[in-house]
Design a protein around this ligand. Structure first.
Ligand SMILES: [Zn+2]
Length: 291
């Protein structure tokens, strides 16, 4: 059986609304968060905290792109990823300009808008950056990176922001979509727990061989033990078709502080089901009832 046909895949559709909204949302987030970002990075003297802020910034901008994409019903990760990539470059740039302003002790928040936008001009930004790179801007363990080292660090910062923007944006459109009704499909029900899947590879290859019928053999567990598998059903709530199943293994262990820790491993994602398979999974007893 063709692997492609048994799991849900996005149609790849992406319209002008989705493209426009994801760009606009991304740009607004970059501008607003960018100004805050630059000043926080400047004010926080801890390098590890800076890493977290860089991560939050990229994630924030990417999520904004994703909100626009989801609202615009984008179903194409590649095109959305490319948009997020471009927005990520701009986000780095805005954040960097804001930081340069903070370092050179100009106050971007109080300047009139014309001045702010003239300060965004790359020629001006690069001349500021070169002069800062000569002197260095901050120190760590008694070392003040200048020149190439500082450019290298800025490069890492840029890559982190761009990478996280792309990831956060594309993850936002991970939900399945009903092409017939033109809307996103939400989780219908969680029918867990089922018995833990010891051999994920053979479970998957059985589905590929026997089709979705195979999952009907899954054994229901009375209650969630320390190991079980989680079965989640999805269906379009409008047309009642586009039914699917996602399965994950869940392991509960006791952490050092005696707190329960959940480890989740994805087994299958959005396996397409027909109406009968969906119904018999959702209410297993119904097949035994004689009417
Ligand atoms: Zn539908």
């Amino acid at each position: 059986m063709n692997k492609k046909n048994i799991y849900y895949q996005h149609s790849g559709a992406i319209g002008p609304t989705a493209i426009l909204l994801s760009i606009i949302f991304g740009l607004i987030a970059s501008l607003f968060l960018g100004i805050i970002y630059g000043y926080i990075i400047y004010a926080l003297p801890f390098i590890y905290a800076n890493f977290i802020i860089v991560g939050l910034y990229g994630f924030g901008v990417g999520s904004a792109v994703g909100i626009g994409a989801k609202f615009g019903k984008a179903r194409n990760e590649k095109v959305l990823g490319f948009i997020a990539f471009l927005v990520g470059i701009l986000a780095f740039y805005f954040g960097w300009v804001s930081w340069l302003h903070a370092v050179t002790e100009q106050n971007v928040l109080n300047v009139d808008l014309v001045a702010v936008f003239s300060d965004l001009a790359p020629s001006k930004v690069f001349s500021m950056a070169t002069s800062i790179a000569q002197k260095g801007a901050w120190g760590i363990f008694g070392w003040t990176p200048t020149g190439f080292s500082l450019y290298f660090i800025w490069g890492i910062e840029a890559l982190m922001i761009i990478f996280l923007t792309v990831i956060a944006a594309t993850v936002s459109i991970d939900d399945p979509f009903c092409e017939r009704c033109n809307n996103w499909i939400k989780q219908d029900s969680d029918i867990s727990p089922f018995s833990f899947i010891g051999d994920i590879d053979s479970y998957k290859s059985s589905i590929e061989k026997e089709g979705a019928e195979f999952v009907l053999n899954a054994k229901k567990q009375e209650e969630a033990e320390s190991k079980f598998s989680e079965y989640k059903l999805f269906a379009c709530n409008n047309c009642n078709s586009s039914q699917m199943l996602s399965v994950s293994n869940v392991e509960i262990t006791l952490g050092s502080d005696n707190k329960e820790e959940f480890t989740k491993t994805e087994v299958i994602k959005y396996l397409l089901l027909n109406k009968e398979q969906f119904t018999s999974l959702k209410s297993p007893s119904s097949s035994d009832v004689i009417t």
